[in-house]
Design a protein around this ligand. Sequence first.
Ligand code: RAM
Length: 354
Amino acid sequence: MKKNLLKLISLITTVAILSTVAGCGRKTITKWQSNAGNAVKGTISGKTFALVGKDVSNPYMQKMYEGFENACKKIGVKAVYRGPDLATPEKQIEIINQLAAQDIALIAVAANDANALQPALKNAMNKGIKVISLDSAVNKESRMLHIQQADPEKIGRGLIQAAYDMVNGNGGIAVLSATAQATNQNLWISWMKKEIDENKDKYKNTPLVKIVYGDDEPTKSTSETNALLTNPQIKVIIAPTTVGMLAAGKVLQDKKSSVKLTGLGLPSEMAQYIESGVCPWMYLWNPIDIGYLAAYTGKALVEGKIKGNVGNTFNAGDLGEKKVTKAADGGTEVMLGEPFKFDKSNIAKWKTVY
Ligand code: RAM
């Protein structure tokens, strides 16, 4: 009798705990929900989501995958990470064709070229695979939507304004970019140029002297920075790439150069250069969240909850409700948020996060 009573109490407690968990906080997909509900089981659970990075050795891409993998675990799908050794479109095409021949539900790609991947991605979509780009977009015909890290206009204009402030309105600017075909860097550079063109008077003593490409390779980025330093007109370098930032930071620090550095860097990699003053401040967003958002967007597409059209909304797990909006290239996108400024006041806090 006493035993039965104890069992009953334990059962009531379990039910109470389960209802409390179910009733508060975020929605999680659990086994019993998938059995009871209609869509989850048989449509998504056990499927495979693939992330194709610009290249496999870039730490930024690896952080994006960290978030992607994390979200895939929560969603109940398998995550795979693929990417070329070098940031070229050719190898990405090969990888996409291989993935399209497998049982893959989602391909999320950070593109090394906006147009070159089109036939491979269209083929994948024709096979029923959901295709999105993240970080660096493919053209609108090659994707269902793009995951945009932050407003490209704010990034481009913000970086030129930062460079201007760092030289007090007097000194040439150079850009150390990633690859020459990178959609994201090229878009940011176009906004940098626009900012100067539209404010000719303000920027009359801070011309954009040179744009060079380090190809997101540490060695090439280092030699391109060294070459920039031979030009006495250049007083500040903008590196809108984490790989370029790290390489340039090291060169400037080793050479005790007075040339300043700003751009888009990982706090974990750039903390020492921010602390030393080589890079007075820089910007970024959370790359882990980009990967996370891509996986949840994939979930909504695969489950048929969204089609990638303007106005579609969906649940992106910890990131809350997200909305599909119109992208500048005429396609659609989902925006993560605002670029974040890192400087001496906050870098210690962020360097352990990403
Ligand atoms: C590099 C890559 C990536 C870019 C970041 C800021 O790691 O080029 O595409 O978004 O920098």
